[in-house]
Design a protein around this ligand. Structure first.
Ligand SMILES: [Zn+2]
Length: 111
């Protein structure tokens, strides 16, 4: 009978030195964070740790300090900021911005 706490975990087997195999349970590791636009792996974000451990990290350990850090990669962040600047200088309209970037561009507040 599987313990109630083990029901959500993955079942694995390991061969012991006695020759018998032992059953044990492991929880899946958290995956790496990906960019919201191009799905590239984000740097500077924690992974392979349970959510309870990540929650206990400091803010700067959880994500870098930049615009859309932990959401967009640096390439996409540059694109978004450039598009936001074009809209601010009225050389481009929000309707002309690529649809995949539009929600990030509209969220940028130019001071
Ligand atoms: Zn990206």
């Amino acid at each position: 009978m599987v313990r109630r706490s083990d029901r959500s975990k993955k079942e694995k087997f390991r061969r012991k030195s006695s020759g018998k195999s032992k059953r044990y349970f492991v929880r899946d590791k958290a995956g790496k964070h990906h960019c919201g636009v191009c799905k590239a792996v984000l740097h500077g974000t924690p992974h392979s740790k349970p959510a309870s451990k990540i929650r206990k990290l400091s803010k700067s350990e959880r994500r870098p300090t930049a615009l859309f850090a932990g959401v967009l990669c640096s390439k996409c962040r540059t694109l978004v900021v450039e598009e936001a600047a074009k809209i601010e200088s009225k050389t481009k309209k929000l309707d002309e911005v690529e649809l995949r970037l539009r929600k990030y561009v509209s969220a940028v507040k130019v001071i």
